[in-house]
Design a protein around this ligand. Structure first.
Ligand SMILES: CC(C)(COP(=O)(O)OP(=O)(O)OC[C@H]1O[C@@H](n2cnc3c(N)ncnc32)[C@H](O)[C@@H]1OP(=O)(O)O)[C@@H](O)C(=O)NCCC(=O)NCCS
Length: 185
């Protein structure tokens, strides 16, 4: 199949709400910061950045600028309500693997938004020639595990005590994966 270049922005009804999808640009730092700082701390636990620190957000935006991080953001009335990220590897030997992260505002969950964002990220991964996509989550994130399972992800590995929270409690890290070519959207 020839990879299709996706075009943005586009708007669609998701669970009765008009949601606009577009790619994040470096100019979206504030809209991104407002969103990630508005969600409960435990929802940001799994992120690769410390959302409380501006320099961490700047680092994220540099990834967006260089194309290493591609984010599809979902907006309702100009306010961000979710995103799907694809992180690609700088390493030659893992250049075929991307890592996906999804986050949807609690107010907008359970309406199919996470699934739309995942489909967008998969489409981008395919158009970039990636072959495998992975997601990491803590073992306590049972909802997230079920969401990824419903998208066809398979459990790949469980790393004992690889995650530690602010209170020093450890838990297992779950890695799930999906072959990009096998994803239909
Ligand atoms: C994971 C997350 C992005 C899902 O977003 P969402 O918009 O609620 O997901 P959707 O409504 O598109 O649901 C997708 C599928 O998962 C299922 N699902 C959604 N939430 C679920 C839950 N808590 N438990 C079990 N299944 C769930 C839905 O039924 C649907 O399955 P179906 O297609 O078979 O009907 C959202 O819960 C979230 O932001 N969680 C916090 C961040 C996180 O854990 N991210 C994952 C790690 S990268």
């Amino acid at each position: 199949m020839t990879p299709q270049k996706r075009s943005y922005p586009w708007t669609s009804d998701v669970g009765g709400h008009p949601i606009t999808f577009r790619l994040m640009t470096p100019a979206d730092k504030e809209v991104f910061r407002d969103f990630v700082r508005s969600v409960p701390e435990e929802d940001n636990f799994f992120l690769l950045l410390d959302v409380r620190q501006d320099r961490s957000l700047d680092h994220w935006m540099r990834g967006v600028e260089t194309g290493r991080t591609i984010s599809v953001i979902a907006l309702e009335n100009g306010k961000m309500v979710g995103y799907g990220n694809l992180h690609t590897s700088e390493l030659n030997w893992t250049r075929h693997v991307g890592e996906v992260r999804l986050q949807v505002a609690r107010s907008h969950r359970g309406r199919g938004l996470g699934k739309v964002l995942a489909q967008e990220v998969f489409g981008i991964a395919r158009s970039r020639g990636l072959q495998k996509i992975m997601a990491r989550m803590a073992s306590s994130q049972t909802g997230a595990r079920q969401v990824f399972a419903s998208l066809g992800f398979q459990p790949e590995a469980l790393l004992a005590d690889f995650v530690i929270d602010a209170q020093g409690r450890t838990q297992d890290l779950v890695i799930m994966s999906h072959d990009v070519t096998g994803f239909v959207n």
